[in-house]
Every structure is written in structure tokens, then in C-alpha cells.
Design a protein around this ligand. Structure first.
Ligand code: GLU
Length: 465
């Protein structure tokens, strides 16, 4: 069997963390089995679907390198085909027109509620003679669901799940305005697109029982289902913005790396020998949908930060430098001269170990970019007392005289300076760091001094002390 999976978002909102994970699982499953992974935009809800959301979904998937293997299918464009299947079902007596008024449906709902039934519609038009139909009501079309027995789905994640057919409604497949419903369209599309595995959130499990009836009615083979648990927040409730669950674009804007985000999403619900870092290539070789846990996973931003920091440390410096430069120039509109670019290049290894994401890296990199006088933060300010400033001024001379401007010589100069002034090394290094970087934490101070260069260091000291 050729494996074909699909990610089928409704463009009624942006691509969020949960959707991205569903896309990733579909992608990995397809790759693992040398299959195909496609994108279907379910834009049949014309009121709530927006162009902007379609764009955000496509861009988000591109950024995560989870674009489909083919051009996306837009569900709305297949409406005629969906209607055609409704007609087929009507012709074969497997569906029927229902002329209930809104009031009648409301009465039925109230009765079902009183009797504690899940099936709301009493199937009154299932066997009724259509010639008795009222002429002032546009009918909906309903599927004749089985009345007896039960429906079983062997879900690849949930295991064997069963529902009594009496709990299933004769659900609507064509609305009164002539538009096909989601329940119908999804089945027709999955069939026509030869989807072999439907991998999606477990909020769709109930739909699967209904959709299964359509496969039976049409005599189509049903795809295999895998309903993956939703992602919850740290407090165990459904993930929302409150938990930091933002659109994928927000993670990009915060400086997360797409490969790190995917790695994190993969680990939410699936794992291999407790390894946190699983690069995509390895994931493709190992991914097993049936090993996805049944219980919801909890979104943990700290873990995402750790994974992101690891990817940043391990990626090639050329690549990381490119990301930093792009961020500074494109996002922050900076124009960097060759001197500053060179400083950044040399300082990158010291900077990258102190940052969790590209934005933090860029913020830390400012020590190599700003021009004197340097702005000092509150902590740095408190270290730079009058006495401390005076002490640091005393460094102008030995630094000026230093001919070999390298870390070792700089360290030697500072140590001698501390001894000559009868003070501890820390009492020199701390205010010096504050004066040169405007902060109290930076990469190794000797390295910073070497990279800034003699002229810049002297200017920065002059300006602050
Ligand atoms: N369009 C549905 C959604 O965004 C998903 C449908 C499906 O995967 O079957 O929730």
C-alpha cells in the first residue's frame, strides 16, 4: 500500500502549535514509509475562512519545512464533486431529504436532552413519503446511518474504539443552502486523494465514527485513523494563548529555529529512548505513530528553550552568523559596517552559548555593535561608582601602551593593574565589564576586549569613566 497522508487545516485562524505538530506527524509518517504527504486547505466555511489565514498556514509550514509534496488542494474548489456524491447517495437510497423546520429541530433537541440521548434527530423523514414535503422549506440531506449494531475503529493511537450505532445521528451531508458539510467533504476528499492514513487531533475521534458510515455507504475502503491527543498547558487544561500557545509566526518572531521547534513538537507525545534531541533525518528513520502516547502532552516553554539553545550551539557558525545578520539587518533595520560584522563573527562562539534564541543572541551581540558612549543598565550603573570609574580610567595608559592586543596580554595587563592598585582582580574586571558593555554579564571579558580592539576600548572607557 502506498502511504499518503494529509494535513487538513481550516483557514479560520493561524497555524498554531497543535496544528504544526499534526502536520509534522503526517509528514514524518509519510517519509518513514516512503509515501506522500499533502496539504489540503479546508476552506468550505466561507464566512470564517480568510486569505490571511491561508497565507499564514502556508508560510508557517514553509518555515517549518513541512510544505506538502504537491500543490495544496483547496476543498472549496471541489464542491461540485462533493455535491455529486450527495446525489449518488440520494439515488442509491442511502441518504434522504429532511424537511424539518427549525422549530421542530429545537423540540427534538429539547426532548433528547430530557431523555439523556446523544442522537438528537429522530429520523422522522427517513422513511416519509417525499410527496408530503412542505413547499416552504428547503430540505437538508441526511445520511441513513445504521440503526443497529456498532461501529469499531482500530485507531493506531487510541486502540480499538467502539460506538453503538444508535448513538449516531443521521447527520447532515448537504445543508439547506445546497452546500456540502465538512463531514461529507472530508470523506470525499480523503477518498479521491487516496489518503491511506488520517492522522489528526483526537478532537476528531467522534467525527471518525460518522465519517466511517460514509465510507461504508459509498463502498469505499476506509483509511486508517490515528487520533493524536491534544496538547495541554502546564496546568493540564486545553492549550490556549494564556499558556504561551501562539501562532507559529510568533515563535519565528521570537527567534526560535524551525528545526528546534519541530524537534520539540515531535517530543510532545513521541519519543525515542528518552533522547531530547532528535534531528529530522533520524526522526524519519524512527517515527512510529503507534508509539504516540494516548494521554495529552504538556506544553513546556522551558524545554523548548533548552532544545532551541542546543540547536543554536550545534549548528554551523556560518549558518548561525547568517541568521544573526539577517535578524539584525532585516528585522531590526541595522546597517552593519565591516568592522562590526567582523567583531560579530569573532564573538559569535562566546555569544551563542549564552542565548536561548536568535533574539537573545542579537540582544547580547549589541555589545559589539553599539558606539560609545555606551548606555549602562541599572546593575552596571550601580557597579560604576565614582571610585570605580576613576580606577578604570587608570587602565587607559597600560592599555594604550599594550602592543600585542590579544587575550593573554590583556589578562596579564589587567592582573598587573589590579596588583599595582592593591585591589582584587574582580574589583577591576567587574566595573570594566560594566563600562565596556553596559551590562554585568557578557562573554569572557578578555575575549570581549580583544575583539573590540584597542581603539574602541579606549574610547569606551573615556566616554564612561
Ligand atoms: N479541517 C479540520 C480542522 O482544522 C481537520 C479535519 C481533518 O483532519 O480531518 O480541524
Amino acid at each position: 500500500m502506498t502511504v499518503i497522508t494529509r494535513f487538513a487545516p481550516s483557514p479560520t485562524g493561524f497555524l498554531h502549535i497543535g496544528g504544526a505538530r499534526t502536520a509534522l506527524f503526517n509528514y514524518l509518517f509519510a517519509r518513514r514509509h516512503n509515501g506522500k504527504y499533502v496539504l489540503r486547505i479546508e476552506d468550505t466555511d466561507r464566512q470564517r475562512s480568510t486569505e490571511k489565514a491561508v497565507e499564514a498556514i502556508i508560510n508557517g509550514l514553509d518555515w517549518l519545512e513541512l510544505s506538502g509534496d504537491e500543490q495544496p488542494v483547496f476543498q472549496y474548489s471541489r464542491q461540485e464533486r462533493h455535491k455529486q456524491i450527495v446525489n449518488t447517495l440520494l439515488e442509491q437510497g442511502k441518504a434522504y431529504k429532511c424537511y424539518c423546520s427549525a422549530d421542530e429541530l429545537e423540540e427534538m433537541r429539547a426532548l433528547a436532552r430530557r431523555e439523556g440521548k446523544t442522537a438528537l434527530y429522530d429520523r422522522r423523514w427517513r422513511e416519509k413519503d417525499p410527496s408530503t414535503a412542505p413547499c416552504n422549506i428547503d430540505p437538508v440531506v441526511r445520511l441513513k446511518s445504521p440503526l443497529k449494531g456498532s461501529t469499531t475503529i482500530d485507531d493506531l493511537v487510541q486502540g480499538r474504539v467502539e460506538v453503538k450505532n444508535e448513538q449516531l445521528d443521521d447527520f447532515v451531508i448537504l445543508r439547506a443552502d445546497g452546500t456540502p458539510t465538512y463531514m461529507l467533504s472530508v470523506v470525499v476528499d480523503d477518498h479521491d486523494m487516496k489518503i491511506s492514513h488520517v492522522i489528526r487531533g483526537d478532537d476528531h475521534l467522534n467525527n471518525a465514527f460518522r465519517q466511517y458510515q460514509l465510507y461504508v455507504a459509498m463502498n469505499w475502503p476506509s483509511p486508517k485513523f490515528a487520533h493524536i491527543p491534544l496538547i495541554h498547558g502546564q496546568d493540564g487544561t486545553k492549550l490556549s494563548k494564556r499558556h504561551g500557545a501562539l501562532g507559529i509566526d510568533a515563535y519565528r518572531d521570537q527567534g526560535y529555529l524551525p528545526e528546534a521547534l519541530c524537534n520539540y513538537l515531535l517530543r510532545l507525545g513521541w519519543g525515542h529512548e528518552n533522547e531530547d534531541i532528535i534531528i529530522r533525518k533520524k526522526a524519519i528513520g524512527l517515527f512510529d505513530i503507534s508509539a504516540v502516547g494516548k494521554s495529552p502532552s504538556r506544553f513546556d516553554i522551558k524545554k523548548l528553550d533548552n532544545i532551541n539553545a542546543t540547536y543554536m550551539r550545534e549548528m554551523s557558525e556560518t549558518q548561525l552568523f547568517h541568521l544573526l545578520e539577517t535578524h539584525l539587518c532585516k528585522n531590526l533595520n541595522m546597517i552593519l559596517d565591516p568592522i562590526r560584522l567582523e567583531r560579530l563573527k569573532r564573538g559569535l562562539s562566546g555569544l551563542k552559548v549564552r542565548a536561548k534564541n536568535i533574539n537573545e543572541l542579537a540582544a547580547n551581540a549589541m555589545i559589539y555593535i553599539v558606539s560609545p558612549p555606551i548606555n549602562t543598565d541599572e546593575k552596571a550603573d550601580s557597579i560604576l561608582s565614582k571610585d570605580a570609574r576613576q580606577l578604570i580610567r587608570g587602565l587607559l595608559e597600560p592599555f594604550n601602551e599594550l602592543t600585542n592586543w590579544n587575550k593573554t596580554k590583556i589578562e596579564e595587563t589587567l592582573k598587573n593593574f589590579a596588583t599595582n592598585n592593591d585591589t582584587k582582580f574582580g574589583s577591576v574586571a567587574q566595573p570594566l565589564r560594566a563600562a565596556l558593555t553596559g551590562t554585568t554579564s557578557s562573554p569572557d571579558i578578555f575575549e570581549v576586549i580583544e575583539i573590540l580592539g584597542k581603539e574602541e576600548v579606549l574610547q569606551r572607557i573615556e566616554a564612561v569613566c
